[in-house]
Design a protein around this ligand. Structure first.
Ligand code: NAD
Ligand code: UDP
Length: 329
């Protein structure tokens, strides 16, 4: 017998975005099944949801088939930060490609709607600016970012082939840089790195000359975009850009974080990573028109919330007794 409540599977549900999505779906009355292999996600991210009888966490690697009964699937499982996805690049491609095949197979059996967390990285180091969905990208197929970029591009291909071949109801979002509470403090992404460095009084590591740009979206805005896309009519398959179209240089971001934290950290230069995109900013006309969506939270406000989160986290970590004392206690 089918339940009245919507049952939603979130793969990568214990990660940064997945944990916020789970919270949002629960608040809307859905049953949430969080599936994660905890590669970059943490149980702490969902600890506050475990007491909720409508939330269930399951350890599982999406590279293997999954047999569950749900109405909707959000496929977020994949390491997202360059240092994490380059740590085991073969596994990153497997997660994107085999993970997509397994989740699409599940959606096909269940006739469930399925959402793919794709990325602005499908545009590579873009030669068109800002990036519109029609732009086909400039990706280096053999570089160190390719495991992620090509994995996500292949996942998009699979989504559209399942849509055409099996009439699957798909939603593909191309997510641009997103930040907020529950980012992993050591994941190497620019917002978490700069905030943690500023709060600890350590040097702020600026890669290259800092003139490269990104556009930073606060997590609550992004999750609102996810939910709107999933709820949109079935002809709205995407791909659809979701991001905050306010372009900022990385050097400006460093200055902002230093000012907001009141930090005395110096800025140190480090080499620009290979294939690091020079310019990135979404054109979100499609999301505005089709989803009536656009970000509301300005960068300063989002950064203030994120700084408060990391400040609390670092204070708690400082107060934790050393492991040996903990074992004796
Ligand atoms: P994250 O690393 O915090 O979350 C990814 C989650 O997937 C983690 O919980 C991780 O343990 C899990 N995971 C990884 N491999 C898995 C596997 N084989 N099986 C099951 N679980 C697995 O990263 P995030 O920022 O929350 O990103 C979520 C999704 O959004 C990713 O697919 C990412 O590519 C996409 N995305 C994020 C951003 C961003 O700025 N945050 C931008 C573009 C795209
Ligand atoms: N970056 C930096 N210092 C850091 C981490 C990142 O200057 O400590 C730069 C990085 O070179 C890139 C930008 O910030 O130009 C965004 O990097 P991130 O890893 O957050 O995301 P992505 O490159 O995937 O957009």
């Amino acid at each position: 017998m089918s339940s009245i409540r919507k049952r939603v599977l979130v793969t990568g549900g214990a990660g940064f975005l997945g944990s916020h999505l789970g919270e949002r779906l629960l608040s809307e009355g859905a049953d949430v099944l969080c599936v994660d292999n905890y590669f970059t996600g943490r149980k702490d991210n969902v600890a506050h949801l475990l007491a909720n009888p409508r939330f269930e966490a399951m350890r599982h690697d999406v590279c293997f088939p999954l047999y569950v009964e749900v109405d909707e699937i959000y496929n977020l499982a994949c390491p997202a930060s360059p240092i994490h996805y380059q740590f085991d690049p073969v596994q990153t491609t497997k997660t994107s490609v085999s993970g997509a095949i397994n989740m699409l197979g599940l959606a096909k059996r269940l006739r469930a709607k399925i959402f793919q967390a794709s990325t602005s990285e499908v545009y590579g180091d873009p030669s068109v600016h800002p990036q519109r969905e029609e732009y086909r990208g400039n990706v280096n197929a053999i570089g160190p970012r390719a495991c992620y970029d090509e994995g996500k591009r292949c996942a998009e291909t699979l989504f559209f082939d399942y849509h055409r071949q099996h009439r699957l109801r798909i939603r593909v979002a191309r997510i641009f840089n997103t930040y907020g509470p529950r980012m992993h403090p050591n994941d190497g992404r620019v917002v978490s790195n700069f905030i943690v460095q500023a709060l600890k009084g350590e040097p702020i590591t600026l890669y290259g000359d800092g003139t490269q740009t990104r556009a930073f979206c606060y997590v609550d805005d992004l999750i609102d975009g996810f939910v709107r896309l999933m709820a949109a009519p079935d002809e709205v398959t995407g791909p659809i850009n979701l991001g905050n179209p306010v372009e900022t240089t990385v050097a400006e971001l460093a200055a902002k974080i230093i000012a907001l934290t009141g930090s005395r950290s110096p800025i140190v230069r480090r080499p620009l990573p290979v294939d690091d995109p020079v310019q990135r900013c979404p054109d979100i006309d499609r999301a505005k028109t089709l989803l009536a969506w656009q970000p509301k939270i300005p960068l300063d406000q989002g950064l203030a919330k994120t700084i408060a989160y990391f400040d609390k986290l670092l204070t708690e970590q400082r107060q934790e007794p050393p492991a040996t004392v903990k074992q004796l206690a």
